[in-house]
Design a protein around this ligand. Structure first.
Ligand code: 9MR
Ligand code: ZN
Length: 538
């Protein structure tokens, strides 16, 4: 582990002090030289590195730099094998805090009664009348629920289960289902899956979202009297190919994961997945590019559904082994004009999720896929991961983000780069990929130019003012726990964010609840955080 110190002038050495139980610094346990200073372009800071990986004894420490008088000192930090365990639990439990349609009680006053119980079909869905569908997770700082974003979020979490079950199965989340026969982690994810299932029409197609027509004010969810409408494209066939394909992918994963706990539910998931896939394949032109004129909640507009269809096909094939689902994957691969390339996943681009699930598909413990394609997936993943590792070496703070990554939700990108690195680690465990993924966690949890932890209630100096309605409206000073800030954005997208003067990209952040393009929280950013926290351990 390293500590990046940004100091006024260059210093030569540092020391690590162990904190005493009374919170004062105790004995010096380590000292060493600081690296030569480097100019970090992403923050504008002059950075020196302190390598204290020799400090292995669990405990709380502080780092001091000889720097004239008085000597400069870091915030307190913890060393230990289990330092990521509580952050993992909090980041996952945050989904319970996002639940819609039921009573939520996280303790400490973070609670609300059931919310958003008035539901109806909007004309854009092609139907009219009432609609009873409570549930799901509030997407972000708003109370909308969106299939596309639910797709990548629940998909990422279920992958975390498939890959890091040892970390996740023992986790106690203190949710209403705790103590039942399904592990807490899966019970929480099922809450959102059940909501998603209700957005599937009888013909197999899936609507875009269930939200009010406009965002409500900064009020508690139970005080939001707006009707939650099922919203579609506003023109036939009303349902959406991207949403339907993401839905199919997630339900196909769920069919694998829940089978041992609830085969009836697993069967329902598989059936829903197949019907959504068939609908999406037959309606590739049914896109949701922007909101219909009557609606102004989040759009998650996406002009390309080929990546979602690829993901749905690959997951269904992995679950069933049925060649009809493999065929589109092989066809897409053979039609590629350039070598296969692994992008960092995002809500709008899930192509690499498709390739990775293809490469992980097993049958009786044997890899099932075309050996040549699997080899190409491995190689291109390693290539992309090598690029990230190289970038992290250039950065003073050791994260893998480059300048272009400092967009809306850059902290989510840091999480998804962690996911890519952990895929590389799976394909090539000898590499440094897991260490680079850990580097992104250090960055998110405090090793950044603000010395701030971007996860609420985690670390010595967590951020305080997320764009998150319950955190603002509940009358409690501290925000709801376990939520990841969207993070720095070099393209400020709201009036509060626009008050930040133009600076190096990492500095384009503000701990202000109004700055939604920099400091909102979202289920698709917490999911790769959970994944990376789970995969970085062990
Ligand atoms: O995460 C989304 C980001 O990629 C987009 O640039 C941005 C603007 O369209 O929207 C983000 O998603 C928001 C969604 O539309 C509504 N709920 C809050 C989401 C996070 O800010
Ligand atoms: Zn709600």
């Amino acid at each position: 582990m390293q500590w990046a110190a940004h100091e006024r002038g260059d210093a030569r050495s540092f020391r690590v002090l162990q904190m005493k139980p009374d919170g004062t610094p105790g004995k010096r346990v380590h000292q060493g030289p600081l690296s030569a200073a480097l100019q970090d372009e992403l923050s504008g800071d002059r950075v020196q590195l302190a390598d204290f990986s020799a400090v292995k004894e669990a405990g709380r420490y502080r780092l001091e730099v000889e720097h004239g008088d008085p000597s400069a000192s870091s915030l307190e930090f913890a060393v230990g094998d289990d330092v990521l365990r509580d952050p993992l639990r909090l980041a996952m439990r945050a989904y319970y805090g996002q639940r819609c349609g039921c009573e939520v009680n996280l303790g400490g006053g973070y609670e609300h009664p059931p919310c958003h119980l008035k539901d109806a079909f909007d004309a854009t869905s092609g139907k009219t009348g009432l609609f009873q569908n409570y549930g799901g997770w509030h997407d972000a700082g708003d109370y909308g629920r969106y299939i596309v974003n639910s797709g990548i979020s629940t998909g990422t979490l279920l992958w975390a289960w498939e890959m890091y079950r040892d970390q996740l199965q023992p986790m106690q989340l203190q949710i209403p289902e705790s103590g039942g026969s399904t592990p807490d982690f899966l019970a929480e994810v099922r809450w959102n899956l059940t909501w998603m299932q209700a957005l599937q029409d009888k013909d197999g197609g899936v609507w875009d979202k269930q939200t009010s027509l406009h965002f409500c004010g900064f009020i508690m969810p139970q005080d939001d009297a707006l009707v939650s409408y099922v919203i579609g494209s506003g023109e036939p066939p009303y349902k959406i190919a991207t949403a339907s394909a993401d839905f199919a992918a997630v339900m196909a994963i769920a069919a694998r994961v829940y089978r041992e706990f609830d085969p009836v539910f697993a069967d329902a998931c598989l059936d829903a997945a197949k019907r959504a896939w068939t609908w999406a394949m037959a309606h590739k032109d049914a896109l949701f590019l922007k909101n219909p004129p009557t609606v102004s909640t989040g759009a998650y507009g996406d002009a390309h559904d080929s990546d979602e269809l690829l993901w749905a096909s690959a997951e269904l094939w992995r679950t069933t082994g049925d060649a009809q689902y493999e065929a589109p994957v092989l066809a897409r691969w053979r039609a590629l004009e350039k070598p296969l390339q692994m992008d960092v996943p995002s809500w709008g681009n899930v192509a690499s999720m498709a390739w990775w699930t293809y490469a992980m598909a097993e049958h009786h413990g044997q890899l099932r896929g075309d050996a040549k394609l699997v080899a190409q997936i491995h190689a291109s993943t390693i290539g992309a991961a090598d690029g990230l590792v190289k970038q992290s070496r250039k950065n003073g703070y050791g994260q893998t983000l480059a300048e272009a990554d400092y967009d809306w939700g850059s902290n989510g990108t840091a999480g998804n780069q962690g996911l890519l690195l952990l895929m590389a680690h799976r394909f090539h465990p000898q590499g440094e990929y897991r260490e680079a993924a850990r580097g992104n966690l250090h960055y998110l949890l405090g090793r950044n130019c603000f010395g701030v932890s971007w996860v609420t209630h985690v670390g010595t100096n967590p951020f305080q003012h997320p764009h998150h309605r319950p955190s603002v409206a509940d009358g409690i000073a501290a925000p709801w726990p376990g939520l990841l800030s969207g993070g720095p954005n070099r393209h400020p997208g709201d009036p509060a964010a626009k008050t930040v003067p133009t600076q190096p990209p990492m500095r384009m952040w503000l701990d202000d609840w109004q700055a939604f393009s920099m400091n909102e929280v979202a289920i698709n950013w917490n999911a790769p955080l959970v994944f990376t926290l789970a995969g970085a351990q062990g």
